[in-house]
Design a protein around this ligand. Structure first.
Ligand SMILES: NC(=O)c1ccc[n+]([C@@H]2O[C@H](COP(=O)([O-])OP(=O)(O)OC[C@H]3O[C@@H](n4cnc5c(N)ncnc54)[C@H](O)[C@@H]3O)[C@@H](O)[C@H]2O)c1
Ligand SMILES: CC(C)[C@H](C(=O)O)[C@@H](O)C(=O)O
Ligand SMILES: [Mg+2]
Length: 356
């Protein structure tokens, strides 16, 4: 019997609604995963409610417990907008980013695929003549402007100054670039670096140099470059040209919301925060947030959370079960006729297909 310890963090808002559906599908995938494999789940009540009740965001003891798991499934973090008792970023930085940083999730893997049946808002990808969109963003997950390397002085005065310095280490850039090249080599052998090397020149130099250096080890992978602003055009005008996109933490955050929108919506976008060295549990979560505008109404699409389970199964070595979940998602998308369904109805439908 193989036992896999899974930490489950539903978190806030629609995270509470989509995670149960993802777990339904994981349960339905049991036979495909193998009768001798058991997921031992531990639920963690981390998020806004716990912070507001206790002042705790991610206690060290809880982090230590989570570190000892095999994988993490997260819904979303983010409390009610404008809540005066929630300091800005307390959950985003103190919970989500703390997990990504502490567990060294340096590859933030965000695949974007226009599944048959998904509705792209781009006319040329609808109906007959629809082209394939199938790329993966390898977003650096532990550096860039996300590290909290900054501060402010003379706050509230006309002379207020604030900094948020982007941290880029050769170690950090090289390892994520190498991971991206390895993925490109297994796919369509094209890697696009996205940055803003014409303005963010210091960080740009390190990314450009390391892409060239590491690229020399992957001579069969074609390398391309786009400035992040022009990338907004290309992702809308011709997204099928991309295979693997490697980029820094902030650019990757922005690109992947647009990528989700062009491939059928944020409700479909799955992600993995991966530690490729496997020294810590990787964490799987939808790209979207807690969506306070629709939370608690069973309106959220759980497909992104379910797709994150597929990424998790693939990461854990259960490729067939992962493919079965993806196939069930595609089958469900093909049946969608635009009529609204409750979050749990979508979960039930996909779980039933996985169970076969
Ligand atoms: N990984 C995370 O936990 C994560 C990611 C993004 C944002 N956040 C946090 O979430 C909160 C809300 O952020 P936001 O509004 O900028 O982004 P969001 O992703 O929560 O919502 C953006 C829009 O997409 C819609 N949407 C999101 N997920 C959906 C789904 N599954 N089905 C249908 N519609 C969906 C929402 O209703 C909203 O209109 C903030 O506190 C933010 O910091 C957390
Ligand atoms: C909530 C926030 C910290 C997070 C990020 O910026 O990475 C989110 O936007 C995401 O895309 O996962
Ligand atoms: Mg984001």
């Amino acid at each position: 019997m193989t036992s896999i310890k899974l930490a489950v963090i539903p978190g806030d808002g629609i995270g509470q609604e989509v995670v149960p559906e993802a777990l339904k599908v994981l349960a339905a995938a049991g036979p495909a995963i193998g009768a001798d494999v058991k997921f031992e789940q531990t639920q963690y009540d981390l998020g806004a409610e716990r912070y507001l009740a206790t002042g705790e965001v991610l206690p060290d003891s809880v982090l230590a417990e989570i570190r000892a798991q095999d994988a993490i499934l997260l819904g979303a973090v983010g409390g009610k907008p404008g809540d005066p008792n929630l300091p800005p970023g307390i959950l985003e930085r103190g919970l989500l980013l703390k997990l990504r940083f502490e567990l060294d999730h340096y590859v933030n893997l965000r695949p974007s695929k226009l599944f048959p049946g998904a509705a792209s808002p781009l006319a040329r990808y609808q109906g007959e003549g629809a082209g394939d969109i199938d790329f993966v963003v390898v977003r650096e997950g532990t550096e860039g402007p996300y590290t909290g390397n900054g501060g402010s002085i003379r706050v509230g005065t006309p002379a207020e100054v604030a900094t948020e310095v982007s941290l880029n280490t050769a170690f950090g850039v090289e390892r994520v670039v190498r991971d991206a090249f390895a993925r490109a080599q297994k796919r369509r052998k094209k890697l696009t670096l996205v940055h803003k090397t014409n303005v963010i020149v210091n960080a740009g130099k390190i990314w450009t140099r390391l892409v060239a250096e590491v690229g020399a080890e992957f001579p069969d992978v074609a390398v391309d470059y786009q400035h992040v602003d022009a990338m907004m055009i290309h992702l809308v005008a011709n997204p099928s040209q991309f295979d693997v996109i490697v980029t820094d933490n902030l650019f990757g955050d922005i690109i992947t919301d647009l990528a989700a929108a062009v491939t059928g919506g944020i409700g479909l976008a799955a992600s993995g925060n991966v530690n490729p060295d496997r020294t810590t549990p990787s964490m799987f979560e939808p790209v979207h947030g807690s969506a306070p505008d629709i939370a608690g109404q069973q309106k959220a699409d759980p497909t992104a959370a379910i797709g994150s389970v597929a990424l998790m199964l693939d990461h854990l070595g259960y490729a067939e079960a992962a493919a079965a979940v993806d196939a069930a998602i595609i089958a469900d998308l093909n049946e969608r006729d635009g009529a609204p369904r409750r979050t749990s109805e979508v979960g039930d439908a996909i779980a039933a297909r996985v169970a076969g």
